[in-house]
Design a protein around this ligand. Structure first.
Ligand code: ADP
Ligand code: ZN
Length: 437
């Protein structure tokens, strides 16, 4: 058995795990107090590490927001001397200015261990050939998976993002068995296989996919699995909590185990900040438990999910979260309706006639805000004939209207017609000149 099946930790009973977390939380608060941000925040509340006696005491601690990280950029959260820091990462800045996270040696080892453990839980093994198809550099998916997969003992190919033909060449040359990529890229990679007349089952040794870094629906996952003929496992992480290796699907594919020896997760109502009942969707709030250079306490991720009830047949006791349904700041309001992009994706993915790419455009036409959905038709289905296209268009429009109670304009476009960003998919383009509704 590999050392990345960490049975004692991964299957620890819940009460021992809670005691372990309380101990690590106390240690984390002690460490965080050395930073100027938490030093001041805890002093103001008259709190010290010794006030954390059990896990329940976490609610004495203040929450931390992305804005706090931005305001105290770059060193306000640093809890070790600057010269103990050996790496930094920045978030990709999807929703504004980036934030920076620092790591010391301990932090990087701990992170690599979590990624290795996660990959193992999804079925990757030492000896696998792991092709990491994502941006290297400040984005954590690159180096995060690189060191994690090396730690597992996989031959790890730092393939980087894009250039599908080269990716396919690498897969063939080195017998790639596992790929990590963002879900929106995989349809493109598959298209490149088709163009090259290559066949995944015949020409490669691929046996599993790891997909993450951006929201996607169960329907999107199924499509990817069908295209590649292998299972795709959901990987969740964010730079503020290292990056990948926060929560990961095990071989049962029934939600993502969140590593509770390294993080405390809370799910709260984003308005009241009170915990939601188990099973209810709310905002994920996370605390690092094993980070020294830059511990973060009760970080509001803005990601929406819920804890899944019940035990997992794999035996791991760490709680599972549901796939992320979106971010609190993803939601847009149009004509008084609140819409999450994943609501639209869910509908679109149920139509086999359409491809994987779509774009929601919000714009002001004659002083009125309108929503238009551009959808790529599947290359397998696209003939250019008008009547079936018009039928399909109408059916999509009706289903979206039933879901969000607003009739959007739906425009079908040819396969490959929508813009393909290098990094994470952009699902909403807001061109409205009239504020709000
Ligand atoms: P940024 O916040 O600038 O995009 P990160 O690279 O740190 O920077 O991205 C982390 C975010 O990506 C998460 O907070 C979440 O919104 C999204 N994300 C990561 N993994 C997943 C996943 N498996 N499913 C859905 N969303 C994900
Ligand atoms: Zn499991």
């Amino acid at each position: 058995m590999s050392i990345y099946w960490q049975k004692e930790m991964e299957t620890m009973n819940r009460s021992d795990l809670a005691r372990y977390q309380a101990e690590k939380l106390r240690e984390t608060v002690r460490q965080a107090t050395k930073s100027s941000f938490y030093g001041a925040a805890l002093k103001q509340r008259g709190l010290a590490a010794e006030d954390i006696r059990s896990l329940a005491d976490i609610d004495k601690l203040p929450m931390t927001t992305k804005e706090d990280l931005r305001q105290h950029f770059p060193y306000g959260f640093l809890s070790v001397p600057r010269d103990a820091v050996i790496r930094l990462h920045c978030s990709s800045g999807t929703t504004g200015n980036p934030t920076v996270i620092f790591h010391n040696r301990h932090d990087l080892d701990s992170w690599a261990n979590l990624v290795a453990r996660s990959l193992f839980s999804a079925g990757a093994r030492p000896g696998d050939v792991f092709q990491n198809i994502c941006g290297y550099g400040l984005f954590t998916g690159g180096l995060g998976f690189q060191y994690g997969a090396e730690c597992l003992g996989a031959l790890t190919i730092p393939a980087g993002a894009g250039n599908s033909r080269r990716q396919i060449q690498l897969m063939k040359n080195f017998g790639t068995t596992v790929i990590h990529a963002i879900p929106s890229y995989l349809a493109r990679l598959h298209e490149a296989f088709r163009e090259m007349g290559a066949d995944i089952a015949r020409d490669t040794k691929l046996r599993l996919l790891v997909i993450g870094a951006e929201p996607h629906t169960e329907g999107q996952r199924r499509r990817i699995q069908d295209l590649f003929g292998v299972k795709a496992f959901n990987s969740y992480g964010l730079s503020e909590m290292n990056g990948p290796g926060v929560a990961f699907e095990c071989e049962c594919q029934n939600g993502l185990h969140l590593w509770e020896d390294a993080f405390i997760a809370e799910i709260v109502d984003p308005e009241t900040l009170e915990p939601v009942p188990e099973g209810v969707v709310g905002e994920l709030v996370m605390t690092t438990l094993d980070r020294q250079a830059m511990p973060i306490i009760r970080y509001r991720t803005r990601d929406l999910t819920r804890f899944l009830p019940g035990d997992c047949p794999c035996g791991r006791s760490h709680r599972r979260i549901d796939r992320i349904t979106g971010r609190t700041d993803d939601m847009f309001i149009i004509k008084g309706c609140n819409v999450f992009p994943m609501q639209i994706e869910k509908i679109l993915m149920a139509f086999p006639e359409i491809g994987s790419d779509y774009l929601i455009v919000l714009e002001t036409v004659n002083g009125v805000n309108e929503m238009r959905i551009k959808v790529e038709v599947s290359p397998n289905w696209f003939t250019g004939e008008m009547e079936p296209l018009e039928n399909l268009r109408r059916r999509i429009q009706e289903e979206v209207r039933d879901e969000i109670l607003l009739t959007p304009e739906v425009r079908l476009v040819e396969p490959g017609a929508l813009p393909k960003p290098e990094g994470k998919a952009v699902r909403v383009q807001d061109l409205r000149t009239r504020e709000g509704e």
